[in-house]
Each structure stands twice: as structure tokens, then as C-alpha cells.
Design a protein around this ligand. Structure first.
Ligand SMILES: CC(C)(COP(=O)(O)OP(=O)(O)OC[C@H]1O[C@@H](n2cnc3c(N)ncnc32)[C@H](O)[C@@H]1OP(=O)(O)O)[C@@H](O)C(=O)NCCC(=O)NCCS
Length: 190
């Protein structure tokens, strides 16, 4: 596959790059999967939604206060889209960012999501010089919780009935990582 999109970060097996028009089909396939959507805000995701999403994200730039930027996660070897990770720069305090992530079901269980999130943390702390990264996980989302703890994020608290998920209020854990903690863990080789 041709690679002309802007690449933000590279890791051993992955690149985090700008979304492009050629991603629409792969993106739609995993976004519309009920398994992938279990703990996410969307349901009944349509092809038209995917086209709009990709069109918008292909023109966005990261780190604009009050907005979400989605990085396409692609395999280095083929440039194939396998998932996405998100960066939300808070409007009131842009030195703090929230992250999120999604991986196509057939690519889960290979360590790709952890590798992508570690690459994103490196970009956020080294490139953007952010102070703190936060993430929220539905308390039932075991894979997400395992990933957040694997990359060194620390559970800061449980937020009761913090999120309306498919007609039901659910609890979320908030996870965090300070730049000082990240630097410490990088120096220790974690
Ligand atoms: C959350 C999500 C991204 C996690 O994906 P994942 O593939 O399980 O996460 P990782 O990349 O950390 O992979 C870890 C697994 O790969 C295995 N693995 C295999 N090869 C590996 C390798 N080379 N390196 C590291 N881990 C490897 C690990 O043993 C681990 O398995 P385990 O969880 O059974 O112990 C994925 O489940 C998902 O997209 N869910 C739907 C969307 C969602 O809910 N997002 C979260 C919103 S907050």
C-alpha cells in the first residue's frame, strides 16, 4: 500500500499516522463490530459514519485544545490500518491530555495496542511536553484495564455512574501518568 500520509510516531512494528481515504473500509469493518463497540459510546455504526470520520480526521492536526485527534495505527510492513488511538487535549488545561484506543478484533492479543499506546505516550511527553495523561475505562473492560496497567498507568480512582453506555450508567476507572512518572519508568527501562 502506498504511504504518503504524515507519520507522527514509529515503533518496532507500527506507525501512528494521519488517517487517509484508503482507510475507510478497514476502519468501518472494525468500528461496526459489536465486540469492539461493547464498552464504547457508539452502536449500529454505519459506513457513512466511517466516511465522515476519515474525511474529518484526514484534515485535523493533533493537540488543538478542546478537540480529539485520532491517530491511525498501521503495520510498518504493509501500512494496513489495524486500529486507532485518540488524543484529547483538554480545553481548560491543555497541558493535560486524555487518550483512548481501539484495535480491530483480529489484531488483538499481539501486543499491538500496548506498543501503540507506548509510542503515543512517548510522543505526548517527549514531543508535546505534556504534564499528565489520563484515560478512562469502563470497570467491566478487562482488556482495556490490563493494557493501561501494562503501559504503566496508575489507577487514580473509581468514578461512580460517570458514563452513559448504551442506556445504562456505568462506573469508570480513571488512570493517569505524570510526565515525571513516565521519565522515571523510561529510565528504569519499563
Ligand atoms: C482494549 C484493546 C485495545 C486491548 O487490545 P489487546 O490486543 O488486548 O492489548 P495489547 O496490545 O496490550 O495485547 C496484550 C495481549 O497480547 C499478548 N501478546 C501476544 N504477543 C505479544 C507481544 N509480542 N507483545 C506483547 N503482548 C503480546 C499478551 O499476552 C496479551 O494477552 P492477554 O491480554 O491475554 O494477557 C482491545 O481489546 C480493544 O480494541 N477493545 C475494544 C475497544 C475498547 O474497548 N477500547 C478501550 C476504550 S477505553
Amino acid at each position: 500500500m502506498e504511504r504518503s500520509e504524515h507519520i507522527y510516531v514509529r515503533s518496532n512494528r507500527l506507525i501512528l499516522r494521519q488517517f487517509s481515504q484508503q482507510d475507510v473500509d478497514s476502519f468501518y469493518l472494525y468500528r461496526s463490530s459489536p465486540e469492539v463497540a461493547t464498552f464504547q459510546s457508539w452502536e449500529n455504526y454505519q459506513y457513512h459514519d466511517a466516511e465522515l470520520f476519515v474525511r474529518k480526521q484526514s484534515k485535523c492536526v493533533p493537540d488543538q485544545p478542546g478537540t480529539w485527534f485520532q491517530f491511525a495505527i498501521a503495520l510498518v510492513e504493509t501500512n494496513q490500518l489495524i486500529g486507532d488511538c485518540a488524543l484529547h487535549t483538554l480545553l481548560g488545561e491543555p497541558r493535560i491530555v486524555e487518550i483512548g484506543f481501539t484495535l480491530a478484533e483480529e489484531h488483538q492479543g499481539n501486543g499491538y495496542a500496548s506498543e501503540a499506546v507506548r509510542a503515543l505516550l512517548s510522543y505526548v511527553f517527549t514531543g508535546l511536553r505534556k504534564h499528565k495523561v489520563i484515560a478512562f475505562a469502563d470497570v467491566r473492560n478487562e482488556k482495556s484495564i490490563r493494557l493501561l496497567e501494562r503501559v504503566g498507568m496508575r489507577r487514580e480512582g473509581q468514578l461512580l455512574e460517570n458514563y452513559m453506555s448504551k442506556g445504562q450508567w456505568v462506573d469508570e476507572y480513571q488512570y493517569s501518568l505524570l510526565q515525571s512518572e513516565w521519565e522515571h519508568s523510561v529510565k528504569r527501562g519499563l
